[in-house]
Design a protein around this ligand. Structure first.
Ligand code: ATP
Length: 318
């Protein structure tokens, strides 16, 4: 279990991480989301113990990552944003070197290198020089080194950055296979990448958590929410009045489109008035040219919360 308490990081005058508090239980996959400069990398580096916080602390199964760093680090596999690989080393050679740093004996190293090379799809290239590998394969080597010492926690900073769609799918499948075995924290600014993968999402902007929950919870808390669009052959004021009286309808906006009335209906929280709207149209004898239900995507939510945070920061500064 990872526990983060009052974590703060200043770089000179820049507040990169602003008093973070959260707990991640064993076995969860957590997506850390935020725009560029949100503070994701800084937070992940503090979680791994590579960067000391200005204040606050991080513990891993009770071990402080700074004061008990050997024990804490043994439990963490870290894929940094830009993996420091050695281009002149062969893949196997590099993994042996990493294994030695973790004080793994030769037999264990051999066994684990076979396993991680298979898991990460590196079996064909394990004798190649790292410098000659494609970006996708280099990223797999980074993942393989993070998993080598069987750490219960994996911290992956933008694991799919710069990869092509096939490689992204492969990395995503790999992370999915590790589900249950590991606690995984991964950062990204690409939402669809973690929408299906993560058990929980934390949206970070301006160094603070601006929203968190399961992808489902976040989706249902989008205030711009879902909307129903309907086009009928009736007068806009009649449509507004009739639909405004339907139970579960919060707001109706109408416009005229080529002689048709186009109504945009916002439901009340958790209400789904589609059936009642259909019945109302039938009751008034309207011809329905189109009816569409638009659900809010997590993408919209993400843009909305991070934009709100940006506005708040601008107002604070004014
Ligand atoms: P990205 O997705 O672009 O990597 P991020 O969410 O990981 O962004 P961080 O790299 O953690 O964000 O940066 C958070 C803030 O701290 C930014 O304003 C950044 O400019 C600043 N920052 C990061 N590293 C340093 C540093 N070494 N010195 C000074 N400022 C820094």
């Amino acid at each position: 279990m990872i526990e983060v308490e009052n974590l703060v990081k200043w770089y000179g005058q820049t507040l990169a991480v602003d008093n973070l508090n959260f707990t991640i239980p064993r076995g969860q996959i957590v997506g850390f989301l935020g725009p560029n400069g949100a503070g994701k990398t800084t937070t992940l580096r503090m979680l791994t113990g590579y960067l000391p916080p200005t204040s606050g602390r991080v513990t891993l199964d009770g071990h402080d990552v700074l004061t008990d760093s050997l024990r804490a680090r043994a439990k963490i596999g870290y894929l940094p944003e830009s993996t420091p690989l050695y281009p002149e080393m062969r893949v196997e050679e590099y993994l042996h070197y990493r294994g030695k740093l973790h004080r793994m004996d030769r037999d264990t190293r051999r066994r684990r290198i076979d396993t991680v090379c298979d898991q990460c799809g590196l079996a064909q290239v394990r004798r190649r020089l790292i410098g000659q590998l494609s970006k996708g394969n280099k990223q797999r080597v980074g993942l393989a080194q993070a998993m080598l010492h069987e750490p219960p926690v994996l911290i992956l900073d933008e694991p799919t950055a710069g990869l092509d769609p096939n490689q992204i799918t492969h990395v995503r499948e790999l992370i999915d296979q590790l589900r249950g075995e590991h606690t995984i924290i991964l950062s990204t600014h690409i939402l669809p990448e973690v929408e299906r993968l993560a058990d929980r999402l934390m949206v970070i902007a301006g160094g603070a958590i601006v929203a968190q929950g399961t992808p489902e919870e976040l989706r249902s808390s989008v205030s711009a929410g879902s909307r129903i669009l309907i086009e009928v052959n009736a007068q806009p004021q009649d449509v507004s009045k009739a639909l405004g009286q339907v139970s579960g309808v919060k707001q109706v906006e109408t416009a005229t489109n080529d002689g048709w009335c186009r109504a945009t209906v916002t439901p009340k929280d958790n209400a789904d008035p589609r059936e009642a709207i259909g019945q109302t149209a039938l009751h008034h004898g309207w011809t329905v040219r189109e009816m569409r239900y638009e659900t809010a995507s997590l993408e919209q939510f993400f843009v909305q919360v991070t934009a709100q945070q940006g506005r708040a920061a601008t107002e604070d500064a004014a």
